[in-house]
Every structure is written in structure tokens, then in C-alpha cells.
Design a protein around this ligand. Sequence first.
Ligand code: CTP
Ligand code: CA
Length: 236
Amino acid sequence: ARRGEDVRDLRGRRVVVSAGGTREPLDPVRFLGNRSSGLQGYALARAAAVRGAEVVLVAANTELADPAGVRVVRVATTGELRAAVLDAARGGGGADAVVMAAAPADFRPASQVATKIKKADDGSAPSLALVQNPDVLAEVAADRPAPGTVVVGFAAETGDAAGSVLDHARAKLARKGCDLLVVNDVSGGAVFGEPDNEAVLLGADGSTTAVARGSKALLAHAVWDRVRAHWDAAAP
Ligand code: CTP
Ligand code: CA
């Protein structure tokens, strides 16, 4: 039991979690993708289910076992991820929370290539024209599935000449319009597929909560604690 509290404290809540990394096909055999493992998103889905929530997990290209008691919807591209997240979030009168732990590919090829891109004999390489993908998090935040839907984003940032990790995170939270941003400092090099995570939970009200290095399950529970605080604050 968690600190002797009611362990089913998310009972009656419907939540949508995205996980993994989307892939955009370049041709029938190649794709543009990223190294997201999906571990943090799966930990979030598992933690919510354990605490009694009804969970839809939109999983992009993950190789992980379905968490018990979670409905898993598998997707490949950012377009498919967007459709699945919006569908799950808008169903049943609107989800209580949408947590975007996935790493969507930011760009996709401008045109679909139905046949394999071949090498030219002269040693030249093709140029790929890319277009930007839709921003799912910003869309869900701007057009809430229900008035009380809590919208959570993730960001991996590095400090640079333009500002600190938190400066960049605050700007991203404002740009996305979400309620909460889970911020990972990756200044020491990005970590993919690592079992542990450490983060700062940044609220739209400017509040910050540090979550010490620990398991992804620990961070997942800290995120749901914050989401629950939003719901409790909104309750009459
Ligand atoms: N996100 C999204 N749709 C996209 C890109 C990102 O919903 N097309 C979500 C991610 O799931 C994450 C949050 O937005 O929760 C931040 O992702 P990030 O890649 O840090 O943001 P970007 O706006 O893509 O900015 P950057 O240029 O730093 O990649
Ligand atoms: Ca991005």
C-alpha cells in the first residue's frame, strides 16, 4: 500500500496515456524515428490501473508487454497517434486526464513514397522534403475533451546560452498550454531505455515539485499524485 492511503484513489477516473516513439515511413522499408522505449508511458499506465483508473494506453512501436487491466491501442505514425489519442480522449464524455509520454516524430516526409528509394550510380544522395507533424499535446490542451480534463506533457531539455532547463520548460509549457509538464534534465546526455528517471513537475501556476532519482514507477505515481491534486482542487 502507498503510505497507508486508499490505493484505489483513482477509481472512477478515465485516463489516456501515450507511450513510445512514432515512426514516419520514408519508403516501404525505411522510417524516420526516435529511440523512445515507452517505459515511462507504460509505468504511467500501469500505476493508474493499479490505483483503479480506467486506462487507455496509446503505444507507438513499443516492445513491452501489455500492462494488466489496461486497454492498449497500437499505432505507428504521429498521425495515427493523434487519431487514437483524440478518439480515446473524446470518448465517454471526455477523459479526466491525457498524459503525453510518447515521443512523436516532429516531421514526416512531404510525400509518401510507395516504392523503395534506390541508390544512384553517381554516388549522390536524395534530399528529403519534410513537413511538420501536428502537435497532439497542444491540440488536446487547446480543445479540451471535457472542461476538467487535466493535460500533462513531457519534455527532455538541456540548458544553453538562451536559458536554463527550467526556462526552456516554462516556455514549452506556456506554448503547449498544458497543466503540467514533466521535465527531464538531459544536459548529461539523453537516457533512453534506462530503468530510472528523475524529474521536475512544473505546473501551469509556476509551481515546481522535484522528484528524486528513482524508478519510472515512482515518477509515475508522483505524476498521478499531482493530477489527482488538480481533480481534488476542482471538486465542489
Ligand atoms: N508532442 C505532441 N505532438 C508532437 C510533438 C510533441 O503531442 N507532434 C508532445 C510530447 O508527447 C511531449 C510534449 O509534446 O509530451 C513535448 O514534446 P517535445 O518534443 O519536447 O516538444 P516539441 O514541441 O516537439 O519541441 P522540440 O522542438 O523541443 O522537440
Ligand atoms: Ca519534439
